[in-house]
Design a protein around this ligand. Structure first.
Ligand SMILES: *Cc1c(COP(=O)(O)O)cnc(C)c1O
Length: 372
């Protein structure tokens, strides 16, 4: 069994995919070709924002947003303690300081009450200026933007939505990557919509920020490529990857998002009486980048993972270490984030993708019931 079966997906999409890739190769326009511009239009329309700018990966997408806002030394950027490293890594790259915020036990997402506590602590200390909150749509579930927006407005923070795992999720029908002042996503192969290499995108309704990001992603270009008005990056999406994504986005929209939600429903039905299954709040839809259960403690989680492995069932611990305990952040003020820290010991992500069969879900659930 595969954890995320990308080979099976390719077999299903093979005809369209092979044609799209070969057309891109035959076109000769390998950088910023027609499919890149088309895809950006399709993505902006799907998400429901004015501008989409693709780039080289989801980490660069976050960096481009921080650059557009001029985030730098003396700025505090609030980041959930339970996330992938990139969400925080980009902050010191710009010379700013990440301040870690605890998450909610049931949704794994940023706790707006703890965000307010952290902002007030930074203000009281007086060393840093609160500027941005990175709200991560972890495991496919959009963060609680209503609560986060209330805190952000109160303290003048910009919201950077890290939708690397959230693409396709919704709140009251409004799509992920439209909630932040700027939002980003990743097209790393295992994400809800992935390409066949690295890729990413930035979304915003703001014309000025979009123009800055367009410049930053191509060496800080001005009027044309060899007129450079600021220090930028080389962060573009390849034409071939854009062609791959056009095929993937169509399948995602037509049936994959619906099918992965059916898989989640089956897991939850069969597991909810023996483990803590993922919680999707009223009005929210997840795109299930991961299906993550919570166990009693580390011993129970590790034993379950070993039992699944013995039956040939892959599972992953996302994430084993909170941000505030990462060696790379050892010099920072250590906000204690007890929930994030505890989740790292208790979470386990199960095989999850739109092509999972009922038999496979049965096999996983039977093995879990047996082990517990
Ligand atoms: C994957 C991921 C990123 C980074 O995306 P890349 O394309 O791998 O650079 C950022 N944030 C989160 C939450 C992610 O899961």
């Amino acid at each position: 069994m595969e954890f995320r079966d990308l080979k099976k997906q390719y077999q299903v999409l093979k005809e369209d995919m092979d044609k799209a890739i070969l057309d891109a190769v035959a076109s000769g326009a390998y950088i910023m070709g027609q499919p890149v511009r088309e895809l950006e239009k399709q993505l902006a329309e799907y998400v429901g924002v004015k501008h989409c700018l693709t780039c080289a990966n989801g980490t660069d997408a976050l960096t481009l947003a921080l650059k557009a806002w001029g985030i730098g030394p003396g700025d505090a950027v609030f980041v959930p303690d339970f996330t992938f490293f990139s969400s925080a890594e980009v902050v010191p790259l710009e010379g700013a300081e990440p301040v870690f915020v605890d998450v909610c036990e049931e949704t794994f997402n940023l706790d707006a009450a703890d965000l307010e506590r952290a902002v007030r602590a930074v203000l009281a200390e007086g060393r840093l200026r609160p500027r941005v909150v990175v709200a991560v749509d972890l495991f496919g579930l959009p963060a609680d933007y209503k609560a986060i927006r209330a805190v952000a407005d109160k303290y003048g923070l910009l919201i950077l939505e890290d939708g690397a795992q959230g693409f396709g999720g919704t709140i009251d029908g409004k799509r992920a990557c439209s909630f932040g002042d700027i939002a980003t996503t990743s097209f790393f192969p295992a994400k809800p919509v992935g390409c066949y290499g690295d890729g990413g995108a930035v979304f915003t309704d703001n014309d000025e920020w979009a123009a800055l990001i367009e410049s930053y992603r191509v060496h800080g270009k001005g009027q044309f490529k060899y007129d450079n008005v600021r220090i930028g990056m080389n962060s573009r999406l390849d034409t071939v990857q854009a062609a791959v994504l056009q095929v993937k986005l169509k399948a995602f929209d037509e049936y994959e998002l619906a099918d992965i939600n059916l898989a989640a429903l089956q897991y939850t039905k069969r597991l909810k009486d023996i483990v803590a299954t993922p919680v999707v709040p009223e009005g929210f839809l997840s795109s299930w980048a991961q299906y993550t259960i919570r166990l009693r403690d580390k011993a129970q989680r590790d034993a379950l993972q070993a039992a699944l492995k013995a039956e040939g069932i892959p599972s992953m611990v996302y994430y084993p270490k909170p941000m505030h305990l990462q060696t790379a952040f050892a010099g920072l003020t250590r906000n204690l984030c007890p929930i994030a820290t505890s989740l790292c010991d208790r979470v386990l992500s199960l095989p999850m993708h739109p092509y999972l069969t009922t038999e496979q879900i049965d096999t996983v659930c039977t093995a879990i019931r047996k082990a517990l």
